[in-house]
Design a protein around this ligand. Structure first.
Ligand code: SAH
Length: 220
């Protein structure tokens, strides 16, 4: 049997050296979440390899490469008690990590458009013991019921930031999204900060994500 905890410790060391993991909180969160429980069973042994893997759905879903989570969550500055919205539940791994960071007082809601993937995320989160709400629906519309959010993480490539997400972001809140081409063309990972005087946008790096569908995403 593969020793996953050893692989997880090695991965955290690698990501600290590489500058992906910057805070103690992030280190602890990545050490705690069993990524293998969020893999498609076919690829379970590859849970700690630095690349994305397919998950159940219609062929357009992946669990992102493990370094993409600290890369997107460190700039969002997730803290205990925050309310976080994730667009694209996928495997549920990102939601589990967010839940570790916002702790018991915090709230994590994740939206998934694909029915099979939604069921996969929900099952994985439940099995791993995470109290996260997994909504089946079009996340490009956000989730008005629990808005406003302290942080929003869009985990699929989008032609532009969906306007409802900017509306549902609280003042002082941060949003991160891969904005640009549909998939392999690549995107800019944009960090948006909503302040009293408006929005600031910063491009952090080039990334490649699977496409966002729905009303403000790419045509299906
Ligand atoms: N965050 C995930 C990875 C997501 S991959 C994880 O940690 O595993 C991107 C996901 O976004 C896919 O599952 C895809 O089905 C979903 N998706 C695409 N368009 C969507 C939309 N409009 N609303 C919600 N989910 C969407």
């Amino acid at each position: 049997m593969t020793d996953f905890s050893r692989s997880r410790i090695d991965m955290v060391d690698r990501y600290k050296r590489g500058g992906y993991i910057q805070t103690k909180q992030m280190e602890e969160a990545v050490l705690v979440v069993p990524r293998e429980e969020f893999m498609d069973p076919r690829f379970r042994d590859y849970a700690y390899i630095d690349r994305p893997f397919p998950i159940p759905g219609d062929g357009r879903q992946t669990i992102s490469a493990p370094y993409m989570y600290p890369t997107t969550y460190e700039p969002l500055k997730l803290e205990p008690g925050m309310k976080v919205l994730e667009i694209g539940a996928g495997s549920g791994y990102g939601a589990a990590l967010a839940k570790e960071l916002v702790e018991a007082d915090g709230i994590v809601i994740t939206v998934e458009i694909n029915k099979e993937t939604h069921a996969f995320a929900e099952r994985n989160l439940k099995m791993a013991g995470y109290d996260v709400e997994v909504i089946l629906g079009d996340g490009s519309l956000g989730y008005t019921e629990l808005a406003p959010y302290d942080a929003i993480s869009v985990t699929a490539s989008t032609p532009d930031i969906p306007p409802p997400l900017l509306t549902q972001l609280d003042v002082g809140g941060r949003l991160i999204a891969p904005v640009g081409g549909r998939s392999m063309e690549g995107q800019d990972l944009l960090l948006v900060h909503k302040t009293e005087i408006g929005l600031t946008r910063k491009s952090l790096m080039k990334v490649v994500y699977v496409p966002l569908l729905g009303r403000y995403g790419f045509p299906g």
